[in-house]
Design a protein around this ligand. Structure first.
Ligand code: PEP
Length: 257
């Protein structure tokens, strides 16, 4: 499958930012700026702002995602929220295995795998994050790390479930640091992810898979990154909080098909 046959996707990860009033105002600012975008647009606010985001984005081309979910349907998991609960309120996507969850909440690839099964079962599209730390990057083990994380997360999935999986390559050393992988580095690792998926699910599933780059993407560097063959979109943190920056990435991604 040629890249131009796939719709690009830009996902905004707001992290723990934006209360309901701020969510309302940010979505209101974004609506006119992205209304002609020729790509999928997903915004992932914190849990408490999701319903506000859904109601303010209604009738627009923006979909609302979550930043995490639990792997069980329900039960004695104090403080957690299940994929089914997210689906019930109109969430379409969920980010899984973000490096901040791996770093601060000891989330392992095996847990990401369980969350992925649950998210897919609930009918969500999952954005699975993989990426190496600075130390792993310096030790030149990126390829190995990223392909292991990919394999563990996708273990045992049926091929048809891959339609609802997106993988985001996020080098940990590039997240929120202002450092970006060069477009060639990023494309090379995204190519490794695609090859890993091809080994498991075959060529047509791997070609159809959308792979995102995330890590300090902004309006200045997005052009180089998004024009690479193996990069089908972006997962954006900091710049997704600024409507002008976020919308210029979105509008570039839509044009570049
Ligand atoms: C992220 O949080 O997924 C991310 C890529 O953040 P930033 O764009 O700020 O590096």
């Amino acid at each position: 499958m040629n890249k131009s046959n796939k719709r690009a996707i830009i996902v905004g990860n707001w992290k723990m930012n934006n209360n309901r009033a701020q969510t309302e105002s940010l979505i209101k600012s974004l609506r006119p700026l992205v209304k002609n975008a020729n790509c999928d647009v997903v915004i992932c606010p914190p849990f408490t702002s999701i319903e506000t985001a859904i109601s303010k984005a209604a009738g627009s081309n923006m979909q609302i995602g979550a930043q995490n979910c639990h792997f069980a349907r329900s039960g004695a998991y104090t403080g957690e929220i299940s994929a089914y609960m997210l689906k019930e309120i109109g969430v379409s996507h969920v980010i899984l295995g973000h490096s901040e969850r791996r770093q601060y909440f000891a989330e392992k690839s095996s847990t990401v795998h369980l969350k992925l099964l649950s998210a897919l079962d609930a009918g969500l599209t999952a954005i699975v994050c993989v990426g190496e730390t600075l130390k792993q990057h310096e030790n030149k083990t990126t390829t190995e790390i990223v392909s292991i994380q990919t394999k563990v997360a996708l273990k045992g999935l049926r091929i048809e479930q891959m339609k609802n999986v997106i993988i985001a390559y996020e080098p940990v050393w590039a997240i929120g640091t202002g450092k970006t992988a060069t477009s060639n580095q990023a494309a090379q690792v995204c190519g490794t992810i695609r090859k890993t998926v091809e080994q498991i699910f075959g060529s047509s599933a791997s070609q159809a898979l959308r792979i995102l780059y995330g890590g300090s993407m902004n309006p200045t560097n997005c052009e180089c990154l998004l024009s690479k063959d193996d990069i089908d979109g972006g997962l954006i943190g900091g710049a997704s909080l600024r409507p002008a920056d976020f919308s210029s990435i979105i509008n570039f991604a839509g044009k570049n098909r």
